[in-house]
Design a binder for this molecule. Structure first.
Ligand SMILES: *Cc1c(COP(=O)(O)O)cnc(C)c1O
Length: 404
């Protein structure tokens, strides 16, 4: 069992008040909070060894390089990648997806097909539309059912010899659905297509094993898993990363440069042009250390309990409808109450110190599917409690009364 009382002590922000009320932070699917252990690493970096990496002969540069590369090894370990050079530091999930989409520009031709899912975040739709425009490839969509689950038989019907890429999120940010990516990957590989999985929502809750999944590309953001913003990682199988051209040109990503010809550096540097978010990369490793010390099994068990409790309690409210009722889901609850606009409820909750997300959650196609403008989304992390859920429900009932 988690010692949540102690864990909460690690998060200084959880002690603050908002509008005179203790903060209840239920917007974890947008960004998670940062424990003191990670904040300390950030402060230590800028206090003691801030320097540019991979180029200086001096001691500070060496220390920063060592810490940065140590963090890459931690990430490799965490995701069970075969090689550390299969881990590319990015600025986040969006960057990782665009890096792969850009790389496939040179590998696709007219007539090729890309499959995405109906459950995608905008950052996983727009880059593929842009890629299709550049290459003449076409985009197909795996539909979902009313529970917010992908319909696998329809997916199988979309697959054929022209399918070159499949893109799907591991967990939907809008609904919390855990997608059956093992099956999705296996079926894509059967027709020779590569698969990129968007792990932005899964990595805070589960620990993916990229080799066991046999996934070709996997991306995530540190800021959704107790790390800082502006850093994330792209995992790619070595063979794929070698096949893709560099994304950006600049320092760090070259072997030799002349005006006649430039040769590129090997992996991972080929994809890491320019000075990266060094401190962020180091802090990302510290965030993984922090979460692993708690343990992902314990985290999943505790959060599932919060999800069950929150779902049961919310459904007692008359006129409340939950969107996303998949059998397999994480601690995200998207809902509406009667025809009250989500924004109005969100605003009143904020007055009571409660942070939830309202709107389309960067997933407008899902909202169109349900024919709603948006939802209220409460998303829990392992540092949230049932007492907070109780306070949230009391506040929600007040808001409903005021708005009815
Ligand atoms: C948050 C999120 C993204 C985008 O992540 P950034 O950190 O903003 O790049 C992409 N996909 C999903 C599923 C997300 O939840």
């Amino acid at each position: 069992m988690l010692d949540v009382k102690n864990i909460r002590q690690d998060f200084p922000i959880l002690n603050r008040t908002v509008n005179g009320k203790p903060l209840i932070y239920f917007d974890n699917a947008a960004t998670s909070q940062t424990p003191q252990q990670v904040i300390d690493v950030i402060v230590d970096y800028y206090t003691n060894y801030n320097a540019n990496i991979h180029r200086g002969v001096h001691s500070l540069s060496q220390e920063a390089t060592d810490a940065y590369e140590q963090s890459r090894l931690k990430i490799q370990n965490h995701f069970n990648a075969k090689h550390s050079h299969e881990i590319i530091f990015t600025s986040g999930t969006t960057h990782g997806i665009n890096l792969v989409a850009n790389g496939f520009s040179s590998l696709l031709k007219k007539g090729d097909e890309i499959i995405v899912s109906a459950l995608e975040h905008h950052s996983n739709i727009v880059p593929w539309q842009m890629l299709c425009e550049r290459t003449g490839a076409s985009l197909k969509v795996i539909p979902m059912n009313n529970n917010g689950e992908l319909i696998l038989s329809e997916y199988e019907a979309l697959l054929n010899d022209n399918t070159k890429l499949v893109f799907v999120n591991h967990i939907s940010n809008a609904l919390g659905t855990i997608n059956p990516i093992e099956k999705i990957i296996e079926k894509a590989h059967a027709v020779g297509a590569a698969v990129l999985v968007d792990g932005a929502q899964s990595c805070p809750h589960i620990k993916p094993d990229v080799q066991a999944l046999d996934v070709d590309f996997y991306v995530c953001s540190a800021h959704k898993m107790c790390g800082p913003t502006g850093v994330g990682m792209l995992y790619g199988k070595e063979a794929w990363l070698n096949k893709l051209p560099p994304y950006q040109g600049g320092g760090e990503m070259i072997a030799e440069v002349s005006f006649e010809k430039t040769t590129y550096a090997g992996l991972p540097h080929k994809f890491e042009a320019g000075t990266p978010n060094i401190c962020g990369g180091i802090a990302f490793g510290a965030a993984l250390d922090y979460m692993n010390a708690i343990g992902f099994d314990a985290i999943a068990e505790y959060e599932n309990d919060l999800l069950d409790y929150g779902t049961t309690e919310l459904l007692k409210i008359e006129g409340l409808k939950i969107y996303g009722t998949a059998k397999e889901k994480t601690s995200v609850i998207s809902f509406n109450v009667n025809s009250i606009h989500p924004y109005d409820i969100g605003t009143i909750l904020d007055k009571m110190g409660i942070a939830v997300r309202t709107g389309h959650h960067c997933a407008q196609p899902i909202m169109d599917f349900y024919n709603i403008p948006g939802t209220i989304r409460a998303s829990f992390m392992f540092y949230n409690t049932k007492e907070e859920i109780d306070a949230f429900i009391t506040a929600l009932k007040k808001a409903i009364m005021m708005l009815s």
